[in-house]
Design a protein around this ligand. Structure first.
Ligand SMILES: NC(=O)c1ccc[n+]([C@@H]2O[C@H](COP(=O)([O-])OP(=O)(O)OC[C@H]3O[C@@H](n4cnc5c(N)ncnc54)[C@H](OP(=O)(O)O)[C@@H]3O)[C@@H](O)[C@H]2O)c1
Length: 383
């Protein structure tokens, strides 16, 4: 539904601070001022209220956020070269201008202000979004997003539940649909293997391909087996009980593999695909950011380009497709995900919920690994 264009126009205040909080100039946020371990996380009551700078932006009051492995990586400075290039391509600002940096990519909350060209949303709308990593994050009272990154929150979910889905949902959507080419129409009966099925991306991916009619084999630890079955997996393989490659070789070949684990997996996983039938392996664990960190922008991108091209050609000669996928912010894709959620086909899987004061604890939890779905932060205190 198109929401109140006129109201949105009236609400617009480009280049200004948040009008509805006009008496205030600061907001609480969790920030980092340098890269490092958990001790770099700092609670600040004095972060400047975000301003709408472009007419397509909206300001969202964050009700809930969630953490992803990228938050741990960004806290440690991983990917900083590429992200800083995106933030400041002409290097107009001084070095380390990204600080204080707010982490957190997922938001479920309420629209407070809309830019002049925003007609789809109006103040008061309940929305969700995943904010790209080159922008200030969601561990904050307010966040600014482009209108095209935002979507109406699924009606059947609370903010806490909704915050568990956008980043992992859009990443899985990018890998499975945009890169892998699977969709509701062509996925029926396809044999899909999900490696690393018990984490944030995996729990979403299992449900998505199942909703589209695939036969799903999920690879995870034994203790996540019941969860996988609940989410619809047809077969569950425990990667810790014996040689995984040998276990998987006893199964019929696959049409599609999503690799959330990386490392040595890709040395053998492509042999599990059907040959010369369009079968595709997509991995989310790529060396792109690390190459740019280590080699600089030009050489890092060149090295990345050479690596992906040579692997693609090598595997194409063997009759299978090899691909990399990345998170892509997208309101329209979130609209499609919201429909699947509201129709009961996808549900958020929440590992643990923390309060806003417990953000460092939540980072430690994520750092401990063995995620079973998502680590969520209630930014607005629910008493
Ligand atoms: N390219 C991108 O843009 C992009 C975007 C999002 C995520 N990613 C990457 O994708 C990966 C998954 O993300 P996520 O959010 O799902 O992470 P997550 O929530 O931390 O989940 C990782 C899951 O993998 C399981 N696991 C670990 N080793 C495994 C193995 N050898 N075989 C099977 N399962 C294993 C873990 O549980 P146990 O250890 O208990 O088995 C955990 O459940 C991460 O490496 C992340 O950095 C990339």
């Amino acid at each position: 539904m198109l929401a109140g264009g006129a109201a949105a126009l009236r609400a617009a205040a480009p280049g200004r601070g948040l009008r509805s909080s006009a008496a205030r100039t600061a907001m609480p946020s969790w920030v980092i001022d340098r890269y490092g371990l958990n001790e770099v996380l700092r609670f600040s009551r004095d972060m400047v209220l975000p301003a709408i700078r472009f007419p397509n932006e909206v300001v969202i009051k964050v009700h809930a956020a969630s953490l992803n492995p990228i938050d741990l990586s960004m806290r440690s400075g991983y990917g900083a070269t590429a992200l800083n290039m995106k933030r400041d391509p002409l290097k107009l600002n001084s070095v380390e201008n990204e600080f204080p940096l707010t982490l957190g990519r997922d938001v479920s909350g309420v629209v407070m202000e809309c830019g002049l060209s925003v007609s789809y949303f109006k103040p008061g709308d309940e929305v969700w979004a995943a904010i790209p990593p080159w922008k200030q994050g969601t561990l904050s009272e307010f966040v600014v997003a482009s209108g095209n990154e935002v979507s109406f929150k699924p009606k059947c979910l609370s903010h806490t539940e909704a915050a568990a889905l956008p980043y992992v949902g859009l990443t899985a959507w990018s890998a499975i649909n945009k890169v892998g080419g699977l969709n509701q129409k062509n996925c029926g009966g396809k044999r899909v293997l999900i490696l690393g099925a018990s984490g944030g991306v995996g729990t979403f991916a299992v449900q998505l391909v199942k909703a589209w009619g695939a036969h799903v084999t999920a690879v995870c630890s034994n203790d996540a087996s019941a969860l996988m079955k609940e989410l619809g997996a047809d077969e569950v393989i425990d990667y810790k009980s014996g040689n995984l490659e040998e276990q998987l070789k006893t199964l019929p070949l696959f049409d599609f593999i999503l690799d959330n684990v990386g490392g040595s997996t890709e040395k053998w996983a492509l042999d599990l695909l059907k040959k010369w039938s369009g079968a595709t392996y997509v991995t989310l664990v790529t060396p792109f950011l690390i190459n740019v960190d280590r080699l600089g922008v030009a050489d890092g991108m060149l090295r990345t380009g050479i690596t992906i091209s040579s692997k693609t050609v090598k595997h194409l000669c063997k009759g299978v497709h090899y691909r990399w996928a990345f998170f892509m912010p997208s309101g329209p894709c979130l609209d499609e995900i919201a429909e699947l959620v509201d129709s009961g086909k996808i549900q958020p899987v929440i590992d643990q919920v923390f309060s806003f004061s417990e953000v460092p604890k939540a980072f430690l939890k994520l750092e401990g690994g063995h995620a079973r779905g998502k680590t969520v932060i209630n930014v607005i205190n629910k008493k």
